[in-house]
Design a protein around this ligand. Structure first.
Ligand code: AMP
Length: 188
């Protein structure tokens, strides 16, 4: 059962990336969530962009929920042990379902295949009308430019609805992105 606190689900890399800009942006987002009393739902790991995000959110007072499949939890050194809530699930599909059910909006930061898998599932389900929750990308150092160019081409070639492309919120500004994904006073 969801309460009235706004919840943002963030998908992001288990690696830190090759440039500090990625973890810096994650820390900035984590701090913003704390300032705005927005709950964070994410994958529950303590390393990479994920760890930077969770640590900053916790340091700024946000309630942080980690959701992790049992198989990944076996790798104890990767599990964040200081979260407000930790939810163990059976598999990756269950994790995504749980993340979607518990969140009001979704946002991807730079990451790899796991991040893209999660983002694409959210966009795919929006495309077929399974949910109407907003989705966005935090653009950092031009990381998502090739993906956005692909989406533009997919739209131009008639494989992706223009509205779906237009509904994806893209910003390199943390405050603006959070405001557009979860406008204040818009608690469910
Ligand atoms: P990737 O972008 O491939 O690094 O995968 C990161 C995304 O996949 C995160 O949003 C997580 O939900 C999930 N993920 C992948 N690897 C892990 C891991 N070792 N621990 C927790 N979550 C992970």
């Amino acid at each position: 059962m969801k309460d009235s606190q706004r919840t943002l689900c963030v998908f992001c890399g288990s690696a830190p990336g090759c440039d500090d800009v990625f973890t810096s942006a994650a820390r900035e987002l984590g701090a913003e969530l704390g300032h705005q009393h927005i709950r964070l739902v994410y994958g529950g790991a303590r390393m990479g962009v994920m760890g930077a995000l969770a640590d900053a959110a916790l340091a700024h007072g946000a309630h942080v929920v980690g959701i992790m499949p049992t198989a990944l939890m076996g790798r104890r050194e990767m599990t964040h042990t200081g979260l407000s809530e930790f939810i163990e699930v059976g598999c990756m599909a269950e994790r995504k379902a749980e993340m979607m059910a518990r969140s009001d909006a979704f946002c991807a930061l730079p990451g790899g295949m796991g991040t893209l898998d999660e983002l694409f599932e959210v966009l795919c389900r929006a495309a077929i009308g399974e949910h109407q929750k907003p989705s966005g990308l935090l653009e950092v150092g031009g990381y998502f430019a090739p993906l956005l160019a692909f989406f533009d081409n997919a739209t131009a070639q008639g494989f992706m609805r223009t509205s779906l492309r237009e509904e994806l919120i893209v910003s390199s500004n943390v405050q603006s992105l959070v405001h557009r994904l979860l406008p204040k006073g818009d608690a469910p």
